[in-house]
Design a protein around this ligand. Structure first.
Ligand SMILES: NC(=O)c1ccc[n+]([C@@H]2O[C@H](COP(=O)([O-])OP(=O)(O)OC[C@H]3O[C@@H](n4cnc5c(N)ncnc54)[C@H](OP(=O)(O)O)[C@@H]3O)[C@@H](O)[C@H]2O)c1
Length: 326
């Protein structure tokens, strides 16, 4: 049977890029805007379209940015937790492979993972709870724990329980990565995605428009390199969790220096500290490097390039320049 792709969150930025890419390859592809948390409507859509693959690009990302999620927590949970699990569950019941475009913004540098140290692997527990958006994304991967449901960060101990907060704290170290138990689900953790144009959602567009930027190394997803790999992984029905960025980490100033040198020679910017940034944003922002060992092996297996992040940025900006972007 030929593959048939159904893309959820059909009007979104990444969804539209995937739809264009699949159409250009001559694949059967449809998009949908059905709300993920509406179980009956999702089931009806799956029954009607009968996809072999769902690409879930839907998510509550907030407008103008994730600060929105701080003030709209129920809506954020309904999309990013209930909706995401609901869609994966209905795909599971129908025998459909699902690729979830998730986020790696669930970590922050810590003593075991300093800025110049090892990146976070797929099995490291999320340690960033500075933004409600990231919390919901992390909870979809890690809900509850093997011993007791009550160890979820959403719940408190039952009044008659003999389990103390110390037990519960200990249990938090062994969360169930819920999504990875769905044997039809591939979870791709993107970070700060970058396209070859200056679309408003492109990470580069965002930081070129800020009055001041912090300067911290981060893992980034250059979509030109990573979207074809996501399609290859979906085609092969890969499952499990993958850090989905180019290898390595790059600082804001390194990105902007390359942007100035290749795309816009007149570009200037100024920096500020994390403390100063905290005064002008509502939700915290995750800064981290992800370990891409597993993904690099996949790219090699499928014969696809996955350049180191500095090289990937150079390629991206060269393509922008060639296309006349200024
Ligand atoms: N762009 C980034 O910086 C970034 C970074 C890492 C990960 N991601 C993840 O990648 C995915 C796609 O991101 P994107 O940048 O393409 O986001 P986007 O442009 O905001 O698109 C998301 C789409 O999802 C739809 N949506 C939201 N809640 C939904 C629900 N409950 N049911 C159905 N559709 C829903 C939105 O529609 P409405 O507007 O009508 O609600 C929107 O069209 C998201 O899950 C995001 O969290 C993005």
């Amino acid at each position: 049977m030929a593959n048939k792709y159904l893309i959820w969150g059909g009007k979104g930025w990444i969804a539209q890029q995937l739809a264009d890419m699949l159409q250009a390859r001559g694949e059967q592809v449809q998009t949908t805007t059905v709300r993920m948390e509406d179980r009956e409507a999702v089931k009806a859509e799956l029954d009607s379209v009968k996809p072999t693959h769902v690409l879930n690009c839907a998510g509550c990302t907030g407008r103008p940015n994730v600060d929105w999620c701080e003030d709209n927590k129920e809506a954020t949970i309904r999309s990013n937790v209930i909706g995401t699990l609901n869609l994966a569950d209905l795909c599971y019941l129908a025998g459909i492979h699902i690729t979830v475009f998730a986020t790696g913004c669930i970590y922050q540098y810590d003593d075991a993972h300093p800025r110049d140290g090892p990146g976070f692997t797929e099995t490291d527990k999320a340690n960033f709870s500075g933004s409600f958006y990231s919390e919901t994304k992390a909870h979809v991967e890690e809900v509850g724990c093997p011993q007791q449901q009550q160890t979820s960060r959403f719940s408190t101990p039952h009044p008659h329980s003999t389990r103390t907060h110390a037990h519960i704290h200990a249990d938090k170290r062994t969360p169930i990565q819920i999504m990875k138990y769905y044997n039809n689900a591939l979870i791709l953790r993107l970070r700060m995605p970058v396209s070859d144009d200056l679309h408003p959602r492109n990470f580069v567009t965002k930081i070129t428009k800020y009055e001041r930027v912090v300067d911290i190394p981060n893992s980034n997803t250059i979509l030109h390199d990573l979207l074809p790999l996501s399609i290859a992984m979906a085609e092969h029905k890969d499952t499990g969790v993958y850090n989905f960025t180019n290898p390595g980490a790059i600082s804001h100033n390194e990105v902007l220096t390359l942007f100035r040198d290749i795309v816009r020679p007149s570009f200037k910017w100024s920096n500020f500290s994390l403390e100063e940034q905290a005064k002008v944003i509502k939700a915290g922002r995750s800064n981290c490097k992800l370990d891409t060992t597993r993904l690099e092996a996949k790219a090699k297996e499928y014969g696809l390039a996955l350049p180191e992040i500095h090289e990937a940025y150079k390629g991206c900006f060269e393509r922008m320049k060639a296309a006349g972007v200024q």
